[in-house]
Design a protein around this ligand. Structure first.
Ligand code: AMP
Length: 277
């Protein structure tokens, strides 16, 4: 496994990789969710590149860029075991040399949900992902369904800008009790960790209502909200039932529908989703 920090080195080593090449972009502090992406990339490609870069432009000033968890030693040990060919871990100066002044902005689908709650977030995501695609030139890139809107936005970027690669969405990996794996779970104290289950409980309720024939999206949202509000440590940011392509809110649950939510548990903002089919 080669570990490179410079774009020139990444490009040079890329020339020597056997096609097809799978890329897994991450911010590090790897867990089983990331590993599902790496394993699928390993299974579907001859070569695997994993990037580790905590991207400052996707965090707002109030957010947790500085204290975002990092453990490069452990990350590299994990990736070595998974037979990763190249780990690309550039510095911020390498990716954003001054004066950096170009941005990739995708329209409508970035305005809702996470985009509405975190202004500028997706501009940071799409800019860094476009740069990674240009640098690594992968055949396929792997993204988690855990960040459903992100996967939708990246697919839209690739389609609209004619980027020459395939985007693969990988199902969400959960803890045994249902909590979606996330690097941010590390912020939760034991009491909050227990309270965080409310996200999965609300999604399970939506799934159950759907199975019972509920089609009224407003009623479904209200029941989810009521369930979450019973948890004193939880503070709802949004609960959404939306079209899986446009992300427009639905009145009637029409499959496939994306049920997604963002909830603050103490100071930690968690997101999760399921698709009703
Ligand atoms: P991050 O390091 O949080 O930026 O995540 C890197 C990639 O891993 C993104 O495509 C995420 O959607 C994906 N990912 C994170 N958590 C999970 C999970 N629990 N299951 C599946 N994919 C995940």
């Amino acid at each position: 496994m080669k570990v490179v920090e410079k774009i020139d080195d990444m490009r040079r080593l890329r020339q020597q990789l056997t096609e097809p090449v799978g890329l897994v972009p991450t911010m590090g502090y790897l867990h089983a969710g990331h590993l599902a992406l790496v394993r699928q990339a390993r299974a579907e490609n001859s070569s695997v590149v994993v990037s580790i870069f905590v991207n400052p432009t996707q965090f707002s000033l109030q957010e947790d860029y500085e204290k975002y968890p990092r453990d490069h030693v452990l990350d590299l040990a994990i990736l070595e075991k998974e037979k990763t060919d190249i780990v690309f871990m550039p510095s911020v100066a390498e990716i954003y040399p001054e004066p950096f002044n170009s941005w990739v902005e995708i329209g409508k689908v970035t305005e809702r949900l996470e985009g509405a709650a975190r202004p500028g977030h997706f501009r940071g995501v799409t800019t860094v992902v476009a740069k990674l695609f240009n640098i690594v030139q992968p055949t396929r890139a792997y993204f988690g369904q855990k960040d459903a809107q992100q996967a939708i936005v990246i697919k839209k970027m690739v389609a609209d800008l004619n980027m020459n690669l395939e985007i693969v969405a990988v199902p969400t990996v959960r803890e045994p009790d249902g909590l979606a794996m996330s690097s941010r779970n590390a912020y939760l104290n034991p009491q909050e960790r227990q309270a965080a289950l409310v996200l999965y409980q609300a999604l399970s309720l939506a799934q159950q209502l759907w199975s019972q024939g509920e089609k009224d999206a407003k009623r479904m949202r209200q029941k989810m909200v009521a369930l979450i509000q019973k948890q004193p440590l939880a503070d709802i940011d949004y609960v959404s039932i939306a079209d899986t392509e446009t992300l427009e809110e639905l009145d009637v649950v029409n499959p496939p529908a994306l049920v997604s939510l963002a909830v603050n548990i103490g100071k930690t903002r968690l997101i999760d989703n399921i698709v009703l089919e």
